[in-house]
Design a binder for this molecule. Structure first.
Ligand SMILES: C[S@@+](CC[C@H](N)C(=O)[O-])C[C@H]1O[C@@H](n2cnc3c(N)ncnc32)[C@H](O)[C@@H]1O
Length: 219
């Protein structure tokens, strides 16, 4: 029986990835994204880009904790080059309550400062169309999430205290599709996420590590 030409053959291997082109694109993106203030190291950003573009099984990406959008930009660029999808960027845009450094960085700024910078940065990179900012707490966002929408990649980088990161994992991991990825930030530098990744149920399999991030795949 012949197969309609618009229906892909499920047994055919995916087209090979042109890694030279991926590398060239990362080299082009890095100097544009790195000036955004944030904590995502260049190698980690490049890895987020590749995971969003090439590995995540669905093109819905959720980021918990975006600050001024450095890691958001890498993820959104990955989706833009994939040609599909969006990053839901969940942040109060008020800084983390338990990180004194955030309060210092925001001292003297109005309540909209961080959000405005985030928006300006994403617009400046031409990525705003791939990003939906949800300005609220991570748990409020989880309560509003449409459970019919499967997340292909979840980046957890908001509250780094153990109870906070654990709540983020518990509220959000049910929405991650089997085969989907969860990236934990600040492993091993922060105690909270580092403890949590050691406690995950075994159906969250180790996928890999990148500079200060730990990646698991949901079976
Ligand atoms: C470490 S920063 C994120 C850094 C960013 N991903 C980067 O790569 O530069 C953590 C962010 O999480 C946000 N945040 C902390 N706790 C939160 C919560 N419970 N709900 C929503 N956002 C939160 C803060 O406002 C802050 O912008």
């Amino acid at each position: 029986m012949t197969r309609p030409i618009d229906r892909p053959d499920p047994n055919r291997p995916p087209p090979p990835v042109d890694m030279d082109a991926v590398r060239a694109r990362i080299r082009e993106l890095a100097p544009r994204i790195e000036p955004i203030h944030g904590w995502c190291a260049p190698d980690a950003g490049a890895a987020l880009y590749q995971l969003a573009r090439l590995v995540a099984p669905t093109s819905t990406v959720v980021e918990l904790g975006s600050w001024k959008g450095r890691s958001t930009a890498w993820l959104a660029a990955g989706l833009a080059d994939r040609g599909d999808g969006r990053v839901v960027a969940v942040d109060t845009f008020a800084g983390s309550a338990n990180e004194a450094g955030h309060a210092e960085l925001l001292q003297g700024q109005g309540p909209d400062h961080l959000f405005r910078e985030f928006e300006a940065n994403m617009t400046g990179l031409g990525l705003a169309g791939r990003i939906e900012p949800w300005r609220m707490t991570t748990l409020e966002a989880a309560r509003r999430w449409d459970r019919g929408v499967s997340i292909g990649l979840l980046h957890i980088d908001a509250d780094h205290d153990y109870p906070g990161v654990r709540a983020d994992f518990e509220f959000w991991s049910p929405f991650v599709v089997p085969g989907g990825l969860i990236v934990f930030d600040d492993v091993p530098t922060f105690v909270g996420p580092s403890r949590l990744v050691g406690e995950l149920p075994r159906w969250y399999r180790y996928f890999g590590a990148m500079p200060n991030k730990w990646v698991v795949v949901k079976e």
